[in-house]
Design a protein around this ligand. Sequence first.
Ligand code: SF4
Length: 409
Amino acid sequence: MGSNVTANVTIQQIADKVAAGGRVDRAEALRLYREAPTVLLGRLADGIRARKHPSRTVTYIIDRNVNYTNLCVARCNFCAFYRTVGSPDGYVLGFEEILAKIQETIDLGGNQLLLQGGHNPDLPIQWYEDLFRTVKAKYPDFKLHALSPPEVLHISRINGIPTRQVIDRLIAAGLDSIPGGGAEILVDRVRKALNCYSKATSDEWIDIMREAHQAGLRTTATMMYGTVDTDEDRIDHMMRLRDLQDETGGFTAFITWSYQPEHTEHGGYEATGVDYLRTLALARIVLDNFDNLQASWVTQGGKVGQLSLAYGANDMGSVMIEENVVRAAGAAYCMDEVEIVTNVEDAGFTAKRRNMHYEILGEPVFRERDVPRMLALATARAEGDTSVPEELKNYPARSRAGKALRLAQ
Ligand code: SF4
């Protein structure tokens, strides 16, 4: 349906089509986003959520968000987390530190690391392979949800290896799935304005996800909105994800959050909670081929996170044990498993633990055994810890600062 035709259609007619299970096109999505009352958007999204998840189960995962390095050559202007190469407060985590974080995660009932980091020029692909093999040798059943498409592209570039080969080698070393980070908005005009076009264009992000799906991996998809993006950009982003999902079926879930402006070069303001709920609901309507939508309570807070369950979300994402990126930009709400489950149950749903494939693992861990409460988020490194991991000297550095560091080791 073209935009001229859509202009003659009422919002109610588009709503009826959605309620009957129909697929909206770009023009219909735009009209809903701009004109439909928030309550109507919520009702439509909740209807889709109920069709896809009739048992009123809301899932969550216990995993740990570990950022293996903050050194990054990409320098996205919305990012408050990265440090330039050679910076005194730059870090690379050691294998032993990462193994210790895994053990703590397992002690809390967790089963996965979400492992992402900056684009560090001094970590060749062998570093990632050795890390993954070290983890799998000690914890064979523990899952590695690791390295977003721009990180895969960065590894491909610095090692001169095609992205598909990077994926295959990392799978052979123990990679289980790929997180959908680095998508921001999949519109190149926006990416250029955010200085993240060179880390991965929209096409490159999509192509790497296609390759990952073809290699047999499941991945997630994300959207960070609220910088310089327009309503049309957000919808174009969703359409690109929907098209790839039609093609491969490889996405397990979609997660959206608003840009967090504090301490960033880009600056500006944060989008409102209402904007978040409208965007989430629209995503639930547009992404009709995605099974799962996560609530982003880490950026929105527990109460908006709870409201998300009435606006299309069926998953509470991760019980955060550690968070570094969003916190660097000024926001990081903390909810441990007890609080997540309480929020879910207070909203009238049943809470269940899951894995990355959205298979149910069981009841909340704290109801099965004693686990420590986590009322504060862990950090990648204690403040002031500038230690350099022993094994780094085994990997050749490319940057001048990295070479100097190796010589000093
Ligand atoms: S968002 Fe990622 S790639 Fe961009 S500057 Fe931050 S750490 Fe680097």
